[in-house]
Design a protein around this ligand. Structure first.
Ligand code: FE2
Ligand code: FE2
Length: 279
């Protein structure tokens, strides 16, 4: 029995849904929407990886967490795919085609990783992504950050990030149990983060060009992302996951984040991950 709960929220997307979750901050909005567009490819890849990893897991508590992790990720990408279809329908035909081709390229990469790469590589990729997402969740789930976000967009993002915190230990524990090599985790995890962000920022550039700045350069999109995510602590939080002492169960979750997670029915005070007592 896992402490991780698989929830099935029903989001109601209005026909006048804005493409930009934060109309006053189009650059940040495009980064959030680009994040959403990566997930129907990234999260099935994580699930495929954990399906293979599950065959190597002997500990019943970790096996239950792996199953619940995949259940949560499946709900995440299905909901993101729905809103992505709505957003794509609101883009210009050229931008919609560009997004499709970037989505196809990302999907192709992840299918190739599942087919050709080792379980060690895929688990290290998964943990590199999950460590970065955990840092992102702690950085952006702040009252000042969620103010002004369109309600339904805000609910989707808060629910997803709350569950990312809830299942923060699963890929770490699976990697530690099955592979366990620190240097390899950091090396492949860093490559994974760079690979993922490169794809995400290409999508953000298409969205920026279509919604508010037709001439924005790749350099400007990257600079804005670095400045924003340095200010909010996400980059520093991600860098700290490369330390030998890093263990997600030891990282405090701010009270403000716990409060926002509770609005989505995720009680982070009660969801101590398996093995937390031993940490
Ligand atoms: Fe997720
Ligand atoms: Fe996740």
């Amino acid at each position: 029995m896992s402490a991780i709960t698989v929830r099935r929220p029903e989001f109601v997307w209005p026909s006048d849904l804005p493409v930009l979750p934060l109309p006053d901050d189009p650059s940040r909005s495009c980064e959030l929407v680009a994040l959403s567009f990566t997930l129907p490819y990234l999260e099935p890849y994580l699930i495929r990886t954990m399906r293979v990893a599950a065959k190597e897991v002997r500990d019943p508590a970790l096996a239950a967490d792996v199953k619940a992790f995949s259940g949560q990720e499946a709900q995440h990408y299905k909901n993101h795919a729905r809103v992505n279809d709505i957003v794509r329908s609101k883009l210009s035909p050229e931008a919609a085609a560009d997004m499709r081709s970037l989505e196809d390229a990302l999907d192709a990469d992840y299918r190739q990783f599942s087919n050709d790469k080792s379980l060690a590589f895929n688990l290290a990729y998964a943990e590199g992504f999950e460590a970065m997402t955990f840092a992102l969740a702690r950085s952006v789930m702040r009252v000042a950050d969620v103010e002004g976000v369109h309600t339904e967009w805000g609910n989707l993002i808060a629910w997803h990030l709350a569950e990312e915190i809830e299942h923060r230990t699963v890929t770490f524990d699976a990697y530690d149990t099955i592979v366990g090599r620190y240097a390899y985790r950091v090396a492949v995890g860093s490559l994974a983060q760079a690979h993922y962000l490169r794809h995400l920022l290409k999508m953000a550039r298409v969205l920026q060009r279509d919604t508010h700045d037709p001439d924005v350069s790749t350099f400007a999109v990257v600079r804005q992302a670095i400045e924003r995510n340095w200010r909010n602590g996400m980059l520093l939080g991600t860098l700290k996951t490369a330390l030998p002492s890093y263990n997600p169960r030891d990282v405090p979750v701010p009270d403000e984040v716990v409060t926002i997670a509770a609005t989505q029915g995720v009680d982070l005070r009660c969801s101590a991950p398996a093995g937390a007592e031993a940490a």
